[in-house]
Design a protein around this ligand. Structure first.
Ligand code: ADP
Ligand code: MG
Length: 290
């Protein structure tokens, strides 16, 4: 019977690490004609590495200490990279207070009475003016595909971090499979235009950069208003609103609890090729049912 066929497809998917929250999701997936994906942790490994620490009014160790202190407790991939680097280099991690994530922008906290903000250049630029020579250095890092975060101590630039996150090995192939099924693919990222384009052109995907979580959600809604049926793929860090707005929200890999709660589906192995497989599963199952 039909319910039996749906149950069979759901369990076949589950064996391959493709988890769908019920038959309605399985039915809807085959209608997807647009797949929007986050960059960090979705199209990329999400295991970024701190490659550059550039002190401007501090020392490397002190920069790392302040950054790691306010990133402690955050599960953002950039936070994990900073804390890992501090531990590797034995930079002390002092206690911090009032740590808070600023979705799509950065993280802030109080370290020994100093207000510390670690943020994207755009967000930092709203707090203080960024000198031209610093902008130039940031641009060079971006062209190397690196994400830059600026550390402000009491509102003044103390230094900058360059962080690189490699594309997932199967990202290019996974996107190619979607495109060969006439599915439009779009990268949505809070990262800056230059870094996003460096990665987007390697992967062959349309890029929308410099987005806040609410902008990502607005783009999903706009695509829907144009009549598109949209799947949004993300790890859910900062991006739960867009996952929720999409026709199908898909949590990627070892995503956050928030992502798993908000999403309609999850790919456990974190492969980009799994997205096409999941849509294929739906098309095959529904073809069988007729
Ligand atoms: P993405 O859309 O690629 O997942 P986010 O929206 O999470 O990126 O973040 C956008 C930008 O804000 C990052 O590229 C980074 O510069 C800054 N940022 C966000 N969260 C953090 C953090 N925890 N530590 C440092 N920088 C951060
Ligand atoms: Mg993100």
């Amino acid at each position: 019977s039909t319910p039996a066929a749906i149950a069979a497809a759901l369990s076949a998917g589950a064996r391959r690490g493709l988890l769908l929250k019920g038959g309605a999701v399985l039915e809807e997936l085959r209608r997807i004609d647009t797949v929007a994906l986050d960059k960090t942790g979705t199209l990329t490994e999400g295991k970024p590495v701190v490659t550059d620490i550039i002190p401007l009014a501090s020392t490397e160790t002190n920069l790392l200490s302040m950054a790691a202190a306010i990133e402690t407790g955050s599960s953002h991939p950039l936070a994990l990279a900073i804390v890992r680097k501090a531990k590797e280099t034995n930079a002390p991690i002092p206690p911090a207070f009032d740590n808070r994530a600023i979705p799509g922008k950065g993280v802030a906290g109080n370290v020994g009475g100093t207000q510390v903000l670690l943020a994207s250049p755009d967000a930092a630029g709203n707090e203080t003016s960024i000198p031209e020579d610093v902008r130039t250095r940031i641009g060079h890092l971006n062209d190397e595909g690196k994400t830059v975060s600026i550390l402000l101590a009491d509102g003044k630039i103390a230094g900058i971090f360059g962080i690189r996150d490699e594309p997932r090995q199967d990202a290019k192939a996974g996107l190619a499979v979607l495109k060969s099924s006439d599915i439009r693919t779009i990268m949505l990222t809070g990262d800056n235009e230059r870094t996003a384009r460096a990665i987007g052109s390697d992967l062959g995907i349309e890029v929308r950069a410099g987005l806040l979580p609410e902008n990502k959600q607005a783009i999903v809604r706009q695509l829907q208003a144009e009549g598109r049926v949209v799947a949004k793929v993300g790890d859910g860090i900062n991006d739960a609103p867009a996952l929720a707005a999409a026709d199908i929200g898909i949590a990627m890999g070892g995503g956050t609890d928030v992502a798993l709660e908000t999403a309609d589906a999850a790919v456990l192995h974190g492969r980009v090729t799994d997205i096409a497989d999941m849509i294929g599963l739906s098309k095959a199952a529904m073809a069988n049912i007729g």
